[in-house]
Design a protein around this ligand. Structure first.
Ligand code: GTP
Ligand code: MG
Length: 343
């Protein structure tokens, strides 16, 4: 998986709101500025200092942030995470905003020059007010867009940091034991409960195996509807498989606690059809509670429908069969020298 940790890259970037900017600008307006001895046109001097201060604040806090975001490349997974959160066209928004706000650079030069050649205090005061009004009006008109960008940053800050490391995505219908499995085999501690859709986000855990740091991710359950009709929670699992998976572990609940075997196999078929190029291993979970004959029947059914797909019987809850799964999973993932160095 070649993904960069976008949350880390944008961590220090803050995009202020119109209210933040107004508050700060008004503070600068009310500052008392010391005028050095010998300066003749005191008010022009004072307003030029304030114009410089306002400009440098807006440049630093707002325009620089947007320019930084516009040049930060956000890969497929993270871009889709932002999309699922309801913020579409993220790049277009950020680029448009940073271009739009560049007018503030021009206004700075313009009003500085005007103030320099202003005739008296009254004119300087009028020009300063005009400058402040124009700056605030530009930021106010951008406020809705700024808040969308801020929302995107919040979403990213809550999304795990996937790196360029071998990645296993654990998927399946709700309540098949995905979180129990990931909690047992990795550093992640996902919430586990007997209710469908307990997991609502992609949760990342790690495990070092044979000197390689593996990323193992828990995902929300997916229902057996066409993959282009998934709801936003299910889509998070879908995009994790699509963009991050070097290997998919597909969990099956033989007890049919919530969903029938045929629904689970229908989902498996959807995933195989969509992601046939990625290695998949099927894990029949909860064998501690299932009849041996039933497990045998399910295995045969899967083999009949999916041919040579590798099948493992495990109990995530009791830690049965997990070592073998991980050992074989590692064999199926291409490990590079680069991954060995990063472990
Ligand atoms: N008997 C038995 N129960 C299990 C096993 N693995 C998980 N469970 C139980 O199944 C229920 C669901 O487990 P989770 O790990 O939360 O399942 P999930 O697939 O993450 O569920 P969602 O997040 O809702 O998609 C819990 O009550 C677990 O204790 C197992 O190996 N054996
Ligand atoms: Mg879960």
């Amino acid at each position: 998986m070649e993904e960069e940790c976008v949350p880390e890259k944008v961590k220090g970037i803050y995009v202020p709101s119109f209210n933040d900017v107004r508050e700060h600008v008004l503070k600068i307006c009310s500052l008392s500025i010391g005028v050095p001895k010998g300066v003749k046109r005191k008010s022009a001097f004072t307003y030029i200092v304030k114009v410089d201060k306002i400009y440098s604040y807006v440049r630093r806090s707002l325009i620089n942030s947007l320019e930084e975001l516009a040049k930060t490349s956000i890969g497929g997974f993270y871009l889709e995470v932002i999309n699922i959160a309801g913020i579409n066209n993220y790049y277009e928004r950020v680029t448009r905003l940073s271009r739009k706000l560049r007018i503030i650079d021009r206004l700075h030069n313009l009003y500085r020059a005007k103030l320099k050649s202003s005739l008296d205090g009254k004119e300087a005061n009028k020009l300063f007010k005009e400058y402040v009004g124009r700056i605030l009006s530009i930021v106010k008109r951008s406020d809705r867009e700024l808040s969308k960008v801020r929302d995107a940053l919040i979403v990213l800050s809550k999304t795990p940091c996937f790196e360029d490391a071998p990645t296993i995505i654990v998927a399946g219908m709700p309540q098949t034991g995905k979180s129990t499995f990931v909690g047992k085999v990795s550093s992640a501690k996902p919430k586990i409960s007997p209710f469908p859709f307990t997991t609502k986000d992609v949760i990342l855990g790690h495990k070092v195996m044979d000197g390689v740091k593996i990323q193992i991710a828990d995902t929300p359950g997916i229902l057996d509807r066409p993959l282009d009709e998934l709801n936003p929670i299910e889509r998070k699992a879908y995009i994790a498989i699509k963009h991050l998976a070097d290997l998919i572990l597909f969990l099956v609940d033989p007890l049919e606690t919530y969903y029938s075997l045929s629904s689970q196999l229908k989902l498996l078929l959807n995933i195989v059809n969509e992601f046939g190029d990625k290695p998949i291993m099927v894990l029949i979970n909860k064998i501690d509670n299932a009849d041996v004959e039933r497990i045998k029947m399910i295995k045969e059914l899967i083999l009949k429908e999916f041919g040579e797909i590798p099948i493992y019987c495990i109990s995530a809850l009791h830690g049965v069969g997990l070592e073998e799964v991980l050992k074989d999973a590692l064999k199926r993932i291409t490990i590079t020298q680069h991954h060995l160095r990063n472990a």
